[in-house]
Design a protein around this ligand. Sequence first.
Ligand code: ZN
Length: 406
Amino acid sequence: MFFRPDRRRFLRTTGGALAASTLGLTGCAERRVYTDVDKAALVAQRQEEARRAGKGPFGVQRFQGYRGLAELPWYELAANGSLRLADDSVPSSIDFHCHLGMSLLLAPKMDLARPSDRVRHLLDCDENDPGCPLDLDIYINGNFTPEQVDTLPTVTITQGLWGNAIVDTHTIPNLLREMDSVRVTNSVLLPIVFDLPFGDDVEGDWREGIEATDTADRLWLGTSVHPGDRRGPEKLEQAAARGARVVKLHPTMQAFHPDDDSAMQLYEAAERLGLVIFFHGGRAGVEPESRQEYALPRHYEAAVANFPNVPFVMGHGGARDAKGMLDLAVHYDNVWLGIHGQGVTWLDEMIRRTGGERLLFGTDWPWYHLAATQAKVLIVTRDPGRAEIRHAILRGNAERLLALSS
Ligand SMILES: [Zn+2]
């Protein structure tokens, strides 16, 4: 148990799961330094991943485009050439990490209700035939070419750079079609508050889209606030009253530390309101270096330690800081891991160390096809002895989490 005599002075816990990685630096100021050791860990993770890809327990898992996943036993190509899940024994899924297109800055408002022929995912792997190389045994953003990464902006300027032609396909009917094709029954939509000078209301836009298409039964809209917003707790209360269950917080995009005092007020509100906190977890490796330090696993520990009654989901399983985040999840039973992004070898490790408990299927659509992550779950749980774990990851854990937090 953690002693909480005074909520205004939160524990900056040390001696917990990540004590070793704090390198004995316990002062607040020191912990916020982005050290050479931190930077080297990111470089080493990439090198290790390149060295090990295809050499894990599942061998080489490389495909040509999302359509190429039809080579796997569970999928096939439909008459129109699109990928579909063909194996009825696969449990239907709940996608805990999904987005729609965003209209930001001065861009014209996009029409979220408009279908189009083909989804242009941000990793547009089916654009050409054969499709782009898709390796399921590396962190997923490693499938972008270096040139693509160079132009990979933060999502705040996505639309300006990629233009409407791509983002305009990230609509509700297009998402539903893809959900149907791989039997995803429900998706938790995670908006984000950027705090842009002209104001942004991603959540409001998505809500309008859901209302216009009458799809609230399948698309569960989360909420987001900025930790710097003094009205944050009040806004969470309003969102909860509207039915939101999950709060998306993004340390690198919103430029805050998860253990900032300003964020603690949000966790207090979440505890009171029975909300789930969904973090972007860990360094993806493609964000500006100046923002990377915010997402180091050691900054998440005080949040989860101070609020044992709040479920915290670490998105992307901690991305390229997966090891630190897995340690946290093993140590704190209010930590859940979104599995999106991790390769099959690491996903297997996550299952080994957690027993599959508190792992959540999520796709980060429209960055990637829904099947890119679903296929990994199917590969890693192919052994009949893992049937229950397959169900838990694809569906059961999400149901349990949402019941738990209600
Ligand atoms: Zn995401």
